[in-house]
Design a protein. Structure first.
Length: 750
């Protein structure tokens, strides 16, 4: 039994109504899944899938309390006219407290909600600002993080109503509140990116195809793939909660590759049709060439994306799952749905011609040996060494700022000051200690009453009080389990949990104060909390480089070697992609850390690059960059097998794919840069990085470095050592355009 892209295309085209009906049924099911399950599949919670120190601390705290850790939130009441000593102020606080407390123990953890007027704490100074015009009412949400995310909006609704109805400032902030704020802004960025990406993609497709019908087909196929991928993500999220960013990545990658794959197949069909082949024959021939390229390109992208699944963190795994699912959906749609649609439309693809553009496309004869792309490739190959030096030099220059790369986290201070969670944080940070809601947490597992542990607690308390930077607040009384074998001490640390001074304070606890204080104790001492959690994530991202980079590079090398029957092609592709990625990293540093983007009014200046960005960009970019490499080199190899002329084959490949790759690249760039126009720093950096890398790949790499290097290497481009000749032949190109449907197939299950 054999399976080939040609036979798949033929089968789908011969039964178009059945094929489309199956896709419509799948689409309807996906819409139902998205509508009913997607919301519950998403989370703003960050979770490790292994056990670093911060996760070990979380596990111990849950064992101590016998219930899941939830979130700490704070209701803030302030006034410009009154102080806490005035009856008007007390009346407002009591009114707010009463409404929130009335939500019950299912929303507010029993006994955790207090206010300045009701507390029995001897020292209430921590609940009132120095000018006595602001007070805070801290509470802990009931249930776990997911429950908090769902329930905090109920508290927020009360707070917003009181804020609008009175002369007092009433705000809510805290872990779940801030998480929801990030998700809300992310949703707005998603809609903004969507509103930019789809129209721009359609305009570019109109220019590339010259007809309205042909331009709409890739957009429709891509959107169907995206919706189905969202449905699958909704199902997966019932087992493994996915980061809310997964919607953004599914749409971005789905629109980019979905349009990309359909674009190449539709154009190859039109090319074969223009040669006089009947509709079904042209679909088969496109299936044997462009569809094969799409299949192996998709495999390459998926293998690169699998690198993200190797990072023990739910954000990376979720983004990896989302991207993999939408790429697979896009490939399957391109191989089955698209041939069925083309079969039904036939020559109707050429309807509604765009004046001027359609005539230009008719005059663009890829086989004529003329035109812009042919001239550009020959110009580069006339001076290949000079072209190579100039191209590499430009990328190295762009990569230079990478030497100043600083990784970190975008915290609440990166959100707009119009967002009430940010306003509340600023008040806490300025007038209280924000560490009260996100403290460092020292967890002691051992005999709490032992002399060594008690001496250690005293010593670490003295060390924190003597801290030269004054980073630590007053430690809380120890929270103990019944057997006094687990203890929790909260240490307020002022500042944004994502900022360096706060992280440095936690590092001093972990590396200096605690080891010295508990040197003679057998107890296990760990530091957890939001800041510690962020730091462990940062370390996981750095450690992941040692795993992900070799995996992605190794798998890409093996697949390209099998596809192109060469060890030179994958080595060269990997080196060029690494150059492209390095240049992208450098430009990210230049635009964000150095503030060039802020000077131009494009992006917000930020002193760090988000810690997850480099690994994420590497896996996505390596996959997407291989897209163009596979499409370009498949046409070059196809012509080389026919003619044996290296220079002419390179020129043919460049001119045959030039218009398509440029159009596809511009679509990807517009989609990615559309998301870069959002408000979240992480999305800005992600969108800018992806768009910039694609632009570099489609210009400097494809137009300069690939032709120049292939000209210099000549027939060595296709060198495969004799001892590797036993490897299976999975080449993309057919070599014989008239081959039968049974030739060049992939054995099923191999």
């Amino acid at each position: 039994m054999t399976l080939s892209t040609r036979s798949i295309s033929r089968s789908s085209a011969e039964r178009p109504k059945t094929t489309i009906a199956i896709w419509i049924a799948t689409l309807v099911l996906a819409v139902v899944l998205v509508g009913t399950l997607l919301e519950s599949a998403l989370t703003t919670e960050f979770v490790f899938t292994n056990t670093p120190e911060s996760q070990r601390g979380v596990d111990l705290i849950e064992e101590l309390r016998g219930q899941p850790i939830s979130t700490n939130e704070v209701v803030i009441v302030g006034s410009d006219m009154f102080t806490v000593d005035d009856p008007e102020f007390q009346a407002e606080v009591e009114a707010v407290w009463g409404e929130v407390a009335a939500l019950g123990d299912e929303i507010i953890r029993s006994g955790s909600f207090t206010n300045f007027y009701r507390t029995d704490i001897p020292d209430t100074s921590g609940l009132v600002s120095a000018d006595r015009r602001t007070t805070i009412m801290p509470f802990t949400t009931a249930g776990d993080f997911v429950d908090a995310t769902d329930n905090v909006p109920l508290v927020l609704k009360i707070v917003e109503a009181r804020n609008a109805a009175s002369d007092f400032t009433v705000l809510l902030t805290g872990q779940a509140t801030i998480g929801n704020a990030f998700e809300e802004v992310g949703q707005e960025d998603f809609l903004r990116g969507e509103s930019i990406g789809v129209p721009v993609a359609l305009i570019i497709l109109l220019i590339v195809f010259g007809t309205v019908v042909a331009a709409f087909v890739p957009i429709v196929v891509a959107i169907i793939s995206i919706i189905i991928a969202m449905g699958i993500a909704a199902l997966v999220g019932q087992v493994f909660a996915l980061s809310f960013f997964v919607q953004n990545i599914i749409f971005m990658v789905g629109l980019a590759v979905g349009v990309d794959y359909s674009l190449f197949i539709v154009d190859r069909y039109r090319e074969e049709r223009s040669k006089g082949y009947a509709t079904q024959d042209a679909i088969e021939r496109a299936g044997d060439t462009a569809s094969r390229a799409v299949l192996f390109s998709g495999i390459t992208v998926v293998l690169a994306l699998f690198g993200m699944l190797l990072i023990p963190f739910n954000v990376f795994i979720g983004l990896g799952i989302g991207a993999i699912v939408v790429v697979v959906a896009s490939v399957v749609a391109a191989l089955t749905l698209l041939p069925a649609v083309i079969s039904i439309l036939g020559d109707k693809l050429e309807r509604l011609k765009v004046p001027g553009i359609s005539r230009a496309q008719k005059n663009d004869n890829e086989g004529s040996g003329s035109g812009f792309w042919d001239s550009a490739s020959h110009m580069v190959m006339r001076q290949p060494l000079v072209s190579l030096i100039v191209g590499v030099g430009l990328l190295l220059a762009a990569a230079y700022p990478l030497l100043d790369l600083h990784l970190g986290f975008a915290g609440i201070t990166t959100l707009s000051q119009d967002i009430q969670a940010r306003q509340g944080f600023d008040i806490l940070d300025g007038e209280f200690s924000d560490g009260a809601t996100s403290p460092a947490q020292i967890v002691i597992a051992g005999d709490y009453d032992s002399t060594a542990v008690q001496a250690g607690i005293v010593a670490v308390t003295v060390a924190m009080a003597s801290d030269p930077l004054g980073s630590y607040g007053q430690p809380s009384p120890a929270e103990l389990n019944a057997s006094r074998s687990i203890a929790l001490i909260n240490i307020p640390i002022s500042g944004d949990t994502a900022e360096k001074p706060t992280q440095d304070a936690v590092n001093r606890l972990r590396d200096t104060y605690i080891p010295a204080a508990f040197a003679g104790s057998d107890a296990e001492i760990v530091v957890t909390g939001e800041t510690a959690f962020n730091m462990d994530f940062f370390q996981a991202a750095k450690d992941g480089i040692l795993v992900v980079f070799p995996f992605v590079l190794g798998m890409s090398f093996i697949l390209l070697m099998l596809v192109f029957r060469s060890i030179i092609v994958p080595i060269k592709a990997i080196l060029l992609n690494l150059l492209s990625v390095a240049a992208t990293y450098g430009l990210l540093v230049l635009m964000f850390q150095k503030g060039v983007g802020a000077d131009l009014g494009l992006f917000a200046e930020f002193d760090i690059i988000e810690a997850w960005i480099p690994l994420f960009l590497f896996t996505i970019l390596f996959g997407l960059s291989m897209d163009y490499h596979v499409f370009l080199l498949s046409r070059i190899r196809e012509r080389f097998d026919q003619t044996g002329d290296n220079t002419e084959s390179v020129a043919f490949g460049v001119r045959a794919t030039g218009r398509l790759i440029t159009g596809a690249a511009l679509i990807m760039v517009s989609v990615f840069w559309g998301f870069a126009a959002g408000d979240l720093i992480g999305l800005q950096q992600m969108g800018f990085g992806l768009g910039t890398a694609i632009l570099i790949d489609a210009t400097i790499v494809r137009m300069v470095l690939v032709p120049a290097s292939m000209k210099l290497l000549g027939k060595w481009n296709w060198y495969l050592p004799s001892f590797l000749m036993w490897l299976p032949d999975l080449r993309v190109e057919s070599g014989d355009s008239d081959m039968s449907a049974s030739e060049g197939t992939i054995p099923a299950g191999d």
